[in-house]
Design a protein around this ligand. Structure first.
Ligand SMILES: Nc1ncnc2c1ncn2[C@@H]1O[C@H](COP(=O)(O)OP(=O)(O)OP(=O)(O)O)[C@@H](O)[C@H]1O
Length: 227
């Protein structure tokens, strides 16, 4: 897949495959093309070349709404929850069992996953802390029962303990068989969470491998991720 903003090409021949039940990360420093890749996958922008297949369909050029209905649940950068709706209203606005999940997510189940949200159920989106907003953004995506959950910088701006709460939730989802694509920068924690990793550098995939391989090569972290 390739992508460009106007005449400026920013993705060059990315080849990305995700199997059902797998957790994959996209890593790279700022400006390397991670968000652009997600924008293409979610239908917010069309690739200039190549194809995107999802659930057996060629979704290249589909609208974001249509791709979401096929089963892609996005937890966007900056959370983007509805500030003037309550926690409960934010959740019900997204509820749908589009993929006929056998045990669909319900308000009760997401409250079990995030007990803090239950305590805040009647609060407006703009009354929540950053961590609670992030939990709500994940819970809201789950309410659509996505086949693929995509998280763009979900841990950004969160205190370490709250961040760990988010990671633990993702561990739990993984154990339950949820397919997940994560863009984030905490490589040590991502090695524990995910199965495989891709590193992007100036719009090109420069390294791909599993968690054991990434853990064994800290020189890669320094070279491509600056950690
Ligand atoms: N709306 C836009 N218009 C023009 N160029 C853009 C736009 N958004 C991103 N770019 C450029 O595309 C390249 C890739 O950006 P992208 O946001 O995909 O990177 P990223 O890896 O997600 O980084 P970050 O973590 O900062 O979001 C960068 O050179 C960036 O300046």
């Amino acid at each position: 897949m390739q992508a460009a903003y106007g005449s400026s090409q920013v993705l060059f021949g990315l080849d990305l495959r995700l199997q059902a039940g797998e957790v994959l990360t996209l890593l790279g420093r700022n400006g390397m093309g991670k968000s652009t890749t997600l924008r293409c996958l979610c239908g917010w922008m069309a690739p200039t070349a190549g194809r995107i297949r999802f659930c057996g369909e060629d979704v290249s050029g589909w609208s974001a709404d249509r791709i979401a209905r096929l089963g892609l649940g996005l937890v966007p950068e900056g959370r983007q929850i509805f500030p003037n709706l309550s926690v409960r209203e934010n959740l019900t606005a997204f509820a749908a069992n589009r993929c006929a999940a056998r045990e669909p997510w319900t308000e009760e189940r997401v409250f079990q996953l995030f007990p803090r949200l239950q305590e805040r159920a009647a609060n407006m989106g703009n009354q929540l802390s950053g961590g609670e907003q992030q939990m709500l953004a994940i819970a809201r995506a789950l309410m659509g029962n996505p086949r693929l959950l995509v998280l763009d910088e979900a841990s950004e701006g969160l205190a370490p303990l709250v961040r760990e709460e988010i990671w633990r939730c993702l561990d739990h989802l993984r154990a339950a068989g949820q397919t997940i694509l994560v863009v984030d920068k905490y490589v040590r924690r991502l090695i524990r969470l995910a199965d495989r990793h891709h590193i992007l550098e100036r719009g090109r995939m420069v390294w791909s491998g599993d968690s054991a391989e990434l853990a064994a090569q800290p020189e890669l972290w320094q070279r491509y991720l600056g950690v």
